[in-house]
Design a protein around this ligand. Structure first.
Ligand SMILES: [Zn+2]
Length: 211
């Protein structure tokens, strides 16, 4: 597999194990570091010269990018957040015991602490993290956005949320992958949650239009 592809597909922050798997051994990594094509971020992690800032901050902070921050980077609708949402690994929990760096928010405990394969959580793991971090309406809008993109199936989404409380799983009944924007989806989710019914298209409430 092409090295540039692996780095780009990892948002510029890669595990040494990822490089090893595509045939880049320890000596070659040393050469790439000496040539400034890669730099060491923390044990087992390297960054290119132009990594995604959020992914780099998450890895430096002892975890990987997750939750709404990972979903936003992967191109899905998310609510606006100011902090970078990070899922800590077991290693990260120990190293961050004294507290996380400014601007990082720890979340995603339900998504597990398994050794991550990537600096940015895959869609379904990030969704599982977000389920404990955003409002009901925002979660419905996120799922709408994921289904609208058609990269994962509704069945996959249900499986990802299977370990969450029934309240979260019931939100799946309010999902509609036809929604064309986060604000439309949030408004629909709120409308349905209030017990009302509406068609697919309608004028968004003023408060939703600003999201
Ligand atoms: Zn979060």
């Amino acid at each position: 597999m092409n090295l540039d592809f692996v780095i780009a597909n990892s948002f510029g922050v890669v595990r040494t194990a990822q490089l090893n798997r595509c045939g880049v051994d320890r000596d070659e990594i040393g050469r790439l570091v000496a040539m400034n094509r890669l730099r060491r971020v923390r044990h087992g992690w390297l960054a290119s010269d132009s990594p995604a800032p959020a992914a780099l901050a998450a890895v430096k902070g002892g975890g990987v990018l997750s939750c709404v921050s990972a979903l936003a980077l992967r191109g899905y609708w998310t609510p606006r957040v100011t902090d970078t949402h990070v899922r800590l690994t077991d290693f990260g929990r120990r190293s961050a015991a004294g507290g996380l760096a400014t601007g990082l928010r720890r979340c995603g405990s339900r998504a597990g602490s398994k050794r991550p394969a990537s600096s940015v959580d895959p869609t379904l793991i990030a969704l599982s993290a977000a389920a404990g971090c955003v409002s009901d309406e925002e979660l419905v809008a996120i799922i709408d956005s994921i289904l609208h993109a058609k990269r994962v199936s509704e069945e996959d989404v249900r499986a990802a949320l299977a370990g969450h409380p029934a309240k979260v799983r019931r939100l799946l009944d309010r999902v509609d992958g036809r929604a064309e924007s986060g604000s439309e989806s949030i408004a629909r989710a709120w409308w349905r949650g209030s017990g009302s019914r509406c068609g697919h298209r309608y004028e968004s409430p003023v408060w939703a239009a600003s999201t």
